[in-house]
Design a protein around this ligand. Sequence first.
Ligand SMILES: Nc1nc2c(ncn2[C@@H]2O[C@H](COP(=O)(O)OP(=O)(O)OP(=O)(O)O)[C@@H](O)[C@H]2O)c(=O)[nH]1
Ligand SMILES: [Mg+2]
Length: 259
Amino acid sequence: MNILAPVRRDRVLAELPQYLRKEAALHVRKDFHPRVTCACQEHRTGTVGFKISKVIVVGDLSVGKTCLINRFCKDTFDKNYKATIGVDFEMERFEVLGVPFSLQLWDTAGQERFKCIASTYYRGAQAIIIVFSLNDVASLEHTRQWLADALKENDPSSALLFLVGSKKDLSTPAQYVLMERDALKVAQEMKAEYWAVSSLTGENVREFFFRVAALTFEANVLAELEKSGARSIGDVVRINSDDNNLYLTASKKKPACCF
Ligand SMILES: Nc1nc2c(ncn2[C@@H]2O[C@H](COP(=O)(O)OP(=O)(O)OP(=O)(O)O)[C@@H](O)[C@H]2O)c(=O)[nH]1
Ligand SMILES: [Mg+2]
């Protein structure tokens, strides 16, 4: 039974969207994990198609969290700042490798006085998006604290992390290069995937959310396969708990295949 809105045609993913920077990617495979592709082809994705995955967006006030979500979900941009009070959320439906998949994007308040309310919504996140402004170095420094707070409510070994530099349109190329160097270091420390976006121009916004959807979907299917034992008679599939740790593992591991 599907009580949710149908998937928009521009939310259909047939291939794995690629990372922005190889140095700070959750994994560097060109395609979805072979076990995931195989499970989707054979309709062995269990409950993944019925689940809603929670994604939280955190970061300093006014770094552009709401604008980022609005650019992707509504294709709008508001140049006037309206602080988020507590939390807000948007639902996005995707179809990944033929399987319906939903993300619930939780937009949280960056203002200190609302942080207490917002943090009560952190629990159960499958992906954590930590936003900083590419033209505000302090907001990058604060990302470590935002991550620590978000991880207090979540399982650090299973939540996928994304570090997103916003307002790319406000930096000159030279300023951007300097900021990116620092941001890549922070992303590597956190084991987060790094992105740089502009909600004003739309640069990388769609690519970024597609990557979030794809990697969250992939992690969900791998977890589902692990849970179900992923075996039918004759299968030679072996699921490692290591698969949950996507950070740069592809280069170290031989790709497995279920055939
Ligand atoms: N130039 C430019 N301005 C942006 C961009 N994204 C956001 N802004 C502006 O930055 C201000 C803050 O954006 P918001 O999205 O409301 O910030 P927020 O992180 O949600 O703030 P809180 O809800 O208080 O935590 C607004 O005036 C936006 O117009 C961007 O990509 N480029
Ligand atoms: Mg906001």
